[in-house]
Ligand binder design. Structure first.
Ligand SMILES: Cc1cc2nc3c(=O)[nH]c(=O)nc-3n(C[C@H](O)[C@H](O)[C@H](O)COP(=O)(O)OP(=O)(O)OC[C@H]3O[C@@H](n4cnc5c(N)ncnc54)[C@H](O)[C@@H]3O)c2cc1C
Length: 468
């Protein structure tokens, strides 16, 4: 069904009476501000931005959109890296910025009921204040929303130990693309009554409906954490070090970054380099200090890796401030690369296939694209690599994007051969929709389309993304 790409004044009048006039914005600055996410490759063109404050209003919005054939784009903290929250064709952007309350903490269930616009870091801080821990964590924590995290099934730096957003969602309230309000799973740990629709909505990128409330599980805070940076000579050693550390220590994070990534951050932030020796590759390793013997085990593992020649140098953070600085060397990579118009890839393979993936990818990049500066980093302990190609200053933007598509073709062939995924955690959105078939079979895509048409028969939910 063709959707309306412009709103007429009666549409806007109806919207204003469904919400309130001050919660419907159409000025150019707001359209540009709220109509995009972190991606910068798209021309933004929404018709209006609306700010519901309760679930009933979202139901009314959906009914209005169905009647008037208008596309709706759910919008959280707009830190997404796939163009999922971008509005390009006159859609109405539904921002959850004003549904940002933490509603209830149940100490016995250890769950917290939140509105979708709660900022990830606010939820982490709330958990901490209640002697608990919300473990999904990543650099965009200060801006991203829990609703956006659910819609993208956000991963981050602690997946190795704690899993993905999916693992922490005990219940979800959603409004489907038909305007149905569904209360899914209600916080139950056990519920053997058929399909778990909650999990269908987690990672659905706003294609099926809106998340309007979530019941989030918390856990116990970790014991004190030891953070270290290790310098490695070659990519081959990365998973050897991982195996040694994982089998001997309670790891909470195992992150990789290349020398180019480190230099990009150091130039941007003026943080000190972590080691005396310049190395081609680095690891940030975080270990939970469960008892007195952990300290000795860390040193033993470090010495083992040194003697084996896998590690060239290393440093253990001596204070909380130094641990924070070590983390910034890894977490500030996206921000430090942003001025260089990076072309981003976020791919995954099983942990066992990481060495083969690294070797093959390194070879194609060196052979086919020697003039490109490539920033490698990622959550290597769970098989997820980010490969950001920086635009050479002298290269025209259109030429650059064309060359990057060539890199993608080679990269995705390797991913397909290894049975990996072209999007580990950032989602499909606009950026990866043309390449979905590299990871999902024709039959799978067809079933996903059929599911979408059940929840969103008029195609009003986040049109033009993922499957359309
Ligand atoms: C510096 C940086 C580091 C990052 N690191 C990581 C990382 O380590 N791991 C990771 O997984 N991601 C990472 N990201 C990506 C991003 O932060 C996550 O995808 C995050 O979950 C997006 O949340 P958001 O609220 O900003 O969502 P948005 O960008 O606003 O939206 C993301 C998607 O969710 C949909 N959506 C938003 N709210 C709702 C809702 N209430 N109902 C239905 N659909 C909705 C949108 O339509 C869109 O498709 C990073 C981003 C940046 C900028």
């Amino acid at each position: 069904m063709a959707l309306n790409m412009t709103l007429v004044s009666t549409h806007l009048d109806e919207l204003r009476s469904a919400l309130s006039a001050d919660r419907v914005l159409t000025d150019a600055t707001s359209l540009q501000h709220y109509g995009r996410d972190w991606t910068r490759h798209f021309e933004i063109r929404p018709s209006a931005i609306v700010f519901p404050v309760k679930a009933d209003e979202v139901v009314r919005l959906v009914k209005w959109a169905r009647k008037n054939k208008v596309g709706l784009v759910p919008s959280g903290g707009r830190t997404g890296l796939s163009g999922g929250a971008c509005a390009l064709n006159g859609e109405v952007v539904v921002s959850f910025e004003r549904m940002n309350r933490i509603l209830e903490f149940n100490e016995l269930d250890r769950t917290v009921r939140v509105q979708p616009g709660v900022v990830t870091e606010a939820l982490q801080n709330f958990a901490k204040a209640n002697d608990a821990y919300y473990p999904v964590d990543f650099a965009a924590r200060g801006s991203s929303h829990i609703g956006g995290n659910i819609a993208t099934n956000a991963g981050g730096v602690k997946v190795l130990r704690y899993g993905l957003t999916r693992d922490w969602i005990a219940g979800l309230t959603v409004v489907t693309g038909t305007g149905e309000l569904l209360d899914l799973n209600k916080g139950l740990i056990k519920n053997a009554t058929g399909f778990d629709l909650r999990h269908l909505f987690i990672g659905s990128e706003g294609a099926l409906g809106f998340v309007v409330e979530a019941l989030v599980r918390l856990t116990s805070p970790p014991k004190p954490l030891t953070v270290m940076v290790l310098g490695l000579s070659d990519l081959e050693s990365v998973m050897k070090v991982f195996n040694r550390f994982r089998t001997h220590l309670p790891l909470t994070a195992f992150e990789f970054f290349s020398d180019i990534a480190l230099r990009t951050v150091v130039d941007h932030t003026h943080l000190a380099k972590p080691l005396g020796t310049d190395c081609p590759n680095y690891l940030l390793v975080e270990v939970e200090n469960t008892d007195a013997s952990t300290e000795a085990a860390i040193l033993e593992s470090f010495e083992h890796c040194l003697e084996a020649g896998w590690v060239l140098d290393g440093a253990i953070a001596q204070s909380e401030a130094q641990a924070r600085d070590f983390w910034r060397l890894r977490e500030d990579i996206s921000e430090a690369s942003a001025p260089f118009t990076p072309y981003k890839n976020d791919v995954s393979v099983t942990v066992a296939k990481v060495p083969e993936f690294l070797e093959k990818t390194d070879a194609i990049l060196k052979k086919g694209y020697p003039d490109f500066k490539v920033v490698w980093f990622g959550h290597i302990g769970d098989g997820n690599m980010h490969i950001n190609i920086l635009k050479p200053e002298s290269m025209d933007r259109a030429d650059f994007l064309k060359r990057c598509k060539g890199v993608n073709a080679d990269l995705f062939r390797i991913i397909a051969e290894l049975g990996g995924s072209i999007s580990a955690e950032h989602g499909v959105g606009l950026v990866k929709k043309e390449d979905l078939s590299s990871t999902r079979s024709v039959a799978e895509i067809q079933i996903m389309r059929e599911l979408k048409s059940v929840f969103d028969p008029d195609g009003i939910m986040n049109p033009g993304k993922m499957l359309t």
